[in-house]
Design a protein around this ligand. Sequence first.
Ligand SMILES: Nc1ncnc2c1ncn2[C@@H]1O[C@H](COP(=O)(O)OP(=O)(O)OP(=O)(O)O)[C@@H](O)[C@H]1O
Ligand SMILES: [Mg+2]
Length: 242
Amino acid sequence: MTTLLDIRTLRKQFGGLTAVNEVSFTVAEGETVALLGPNGSGKTTVLNMISGALAPTSGRITLSGQSIGGLAPNRIAHKGVARTFQLVRILPSLTVAENVVAALAFRPNHLWGRAAEERAEELLAEVGLGGRGGEHANDLTYIDQKRMELARALAAEPRLLLLDEWLSGLNPTELRTGIDLITALSRRGMTVLLVEHIMEAVRALCSRAVVMNVGTKIADGPTADVLADPAVISAYLGEGHA
Ligand SMILES: Nc1ncnc2c1ncn2[C@@H]1O[C@H](COP(=O)(O)OP(=O)(O)OP(=O)(O)O)[C@@H](O)[C@H]1O
Ligand SMILES: [Mg+2]
């Protein structure tokens, strides 16, 4: 397996708080890996450092052997990393299609005009929003906003997709749809690192899981083994997550 993402002794300090403490793990090309842990364990902070929203205090992040740690978010995006946010981020005053067209305009080989509109329609169809490009983004339901945010992330044609609780807040039917969507992306070869609290989704999607607790990595291995690990169970129980 070829390593796509390699994180070595990554650390993030916020004043006196060590949010991420010497965390190391890798993600191979084509893998879907879960990044788990109780609330406040540092998962979003790790994604923020991979995507460039935050600079690491120390440690290394490489994508296909190229160092990306500390680069500006747009440079990291151009190298093939895209993400969705724990709190959905969309352009609410634009239409659904315009939201995706805007993302296409910012990728390395920009698409404009007719070509962008056509590509936007393909991406919307891929996430289950086919034919709905003319709707206003702020009229969408929560799952449809999430779908649109995913289409915006896919517009960049990423090599690595970071999903921060993309499946949270969905009802059981929507959750099934969401899991199927990520499965389809994975089958097409997308590499995914996903932060998720819904274990049903983690079991369905991720062959491997990395677990953090209070900034430190406490487990890394096949999902079933990791979820049965007493240290992992007690970390979750300690936070009131059963
Ligand atoms: N920009 C920031 N400035 C200061 N402290 C921060 C900042 N971002 C995160 N933290 C702190 O770092 C720790 C880890 O936060 P983080 O958001 O990474 O956790 P998380 O694992 O994503 O949690 P959750 O499951 O609740 O989303 C928390 O104590 C949080 O309060
Ligand atoms: Mg988080």
